[in-house]
Ligand binder design. Structure first.
Ligand code: GLY
Ligand code: MN
Length: 478
């Protein structure tokens, strides 16, 4: 018996050591290509997405996708690169100047049958010393499991014989692609080469709209792997909002509150904010997408904090509205409680099979009735003056993610975010002026009850006021 136990434990140790060694080897391999994260989506996820797209395509068709352009900030400085979400969903590649070609069925490309070709930037030491390691053809085939990867310099000479297809799908090509005069295979040239190739195909086979519909259909429902990353992005955002609630104090600037939020994002590994962080206090709480964040707050202000961490491509989007001095005034609390009641009514409608618009209808009806009771509006039609946006959007690789807008499906994620915004000068009692309130959560549609993924952040006025009394590590003095 002791022998059996001994050999069992011994095998476990050997397996563990072997496993560690394999892990280390895999890590060395990915480090070689400049990839340091170990929890990225697996190549199998992107491969499955290409297969799912292929299944939607008709016989004898081809779909072409372009990576995002490198966007210029000014002179020789570019914005930090961000991949196009469709391109990322289908490849996992985060590099620019690339083209993905997906065939419905194996097609002859340069003498070999293949179902897909990814054209990527070549390995080039003189360029990589400036902008970092590239995958190149070898890395793309090895790590992304693309059937055929080619150097993007080969795109021009590769003959796809576009005449042979009865359908050619691509999305509209970006209008802001910068021409790098020193690079013959930058995206600018690649798109010109593509146009030239396409001119040989018959005009009526080219479709620039169908891919929108298909990508929306595919991306709307999240896989288990995607939901892990979405939960992570949302949990980082929860930590950030909670820290801000604790740290907020009168006389803080909007940019200091932004700094607290984005410090927590970055220190937890989020690559970027998923959209420019909105930290609007006082009159700016009534500006829906305010993001200059330059004002100094004052005690009687509300602060709308609408932020979302992006983790490995997936973004959160959560809003809380906070009283800067730690206590909601009577009027602020009245408006806040209406928005909260509307949000709860909206969340109750987040059920599989319900119309996408049901949460919006439920929330709007609450806001409309309550604003009429307060005399702020006279009739239901007036509600759009103070609640001028929809309640929900899909969430995923884009903050306003793509989807079908058909009845809600299990494993899709939507936001529920009603608001009331009463800017100074509005035709109502002055006591309501400069009150802007939005409450937003990220909701997972399930086969059963909705799951509020961002419910880790308090949202009743009592709970917010209580949390504001706690000390944040940002304002501990010693
Ligand atoms: N969080 C910004 C928006 O949903 O528009
Ligand atoms: Mn939103």
């Amino acid at each position: 018996m002791t022998k059996i136990i001994f050999s069992f434990v011994f095998s476990l140790i050997v397996l563990f050591v072997l496993g560690q060694e394999l892990n280390n080897k895999a890590k060395l391999e990915t480090n070689r290509f400049g990839i340091y994260d170990s929890d990225l989506l697996p190549a199998s996820f992107h491969k499955k997405n290409r297969e799912r797209l292929r299944a939607l395509m008709p016989n004898n068709s081809v779909a072409i996708f372009f990576s995002n352009p490198v966007r210029n900030r000014s002179n020789d400085v570019d914005f930090q690169y961000h991949q196009d979400p469709n391109f990322y969903y289908l490849t996992g590649l985060r590099e620019p100047h690339s083209i993905l070609v997906i065939f419905k069925s194996p097609t002859n490309v340069n003498g070999e049958e293949t179902k897909e070709v990814l054209f990527v930037q070549s390995k080039d030491e003189s360029k990589e010393i400036w902008t970092g390691k590239r995958l190149g053809k070898v890395g793309a085939e090895l790590l992304l499991e693309i059937e055929t990867a080619l150097d993007n310099k080969m795109f021009n000479t590769t003959d796809f014989n576009f005449k042979q297809f009865s359908h050619i799908y691509h999305l509209p090509i970006a209008q802001d692609i910068k021409d790098n005069a020193f690079d013959k295979s930058d995206l600018h040239n690649l798109t010109l080469q593509f146009d030239a190739k396409l001119s040989e195909a018959k005009e009526n086979v080219v479709d620039k709209s169908k891919l929108f519909e298909w990508m929306g259909k595919l991306r709307e429902v999240k896989s288990a792997e995607e939901l892990i990353l979405m939960r992570k992005a949302i949990s980082i955002t929860c930590d950030a909002q909670i820290e801000l609630i604790k740290a907020l104090e009168p006389e803080m600037t909007e940019f200091q509150s932004e700094a607290i939020i984005e410090y927590i994002f970055k220190s937890n590994g989020a690559e970027y904010p998923g959209f420019p962080s909105i930290l609007g206090s006082g009159e700016n709480s009534c500006v829906l997408h305010y993001n200059t964040n330059r004002n100094t707050m004052s005690g009687d202000n509300l602060l709308v904090s609408d932020v979302g961490a992006e983790y490995h491509g997936y973004t959160a989007d959560v809003t809380r509205t906070l009283p800067v001095n730690g206590k909601f005034s009577k009027e602020q609390k009245i408006i806040y409680d209406i928005v909260l009641k509307a949000q709860k009514a909206g969340i109750r409608k987040c059920k599989k099979g319900n119309s996408f618009w049901d949460p919006n209808i439920a929330a709007t009806s609450v806001v409309s009735q309550e604003l009429q009771k307060l005399g702020i509006i006279e009739s239901p039609i007036g509600v759009r003056k103070y609640f001028m946006h929809g309640t929900s959007h899909y969430l995923g690789l884009d903050v306003h993610d793509v989807g079908t807008y058909l009845p809600l499906k299990a494993n899709s994620v939507i936001t529920v975010e009603p608001g009331i915004y009463i800017p100074e000068g509005s035709p109502c009692d002055k006591k309501w002026w400069n009150i802007g309130v939005r409450i937003e959560d990220d909701v997972l549609i399930t086969n059963d009850k909705p799951e509020v993924l961002s419910d880790c952040i308090p949202k009743s006025t009592e709970d917010i006021e209580k949390l504001m009394q706690e000390t944040s590590f940002f304002n501990q003095k010693n």
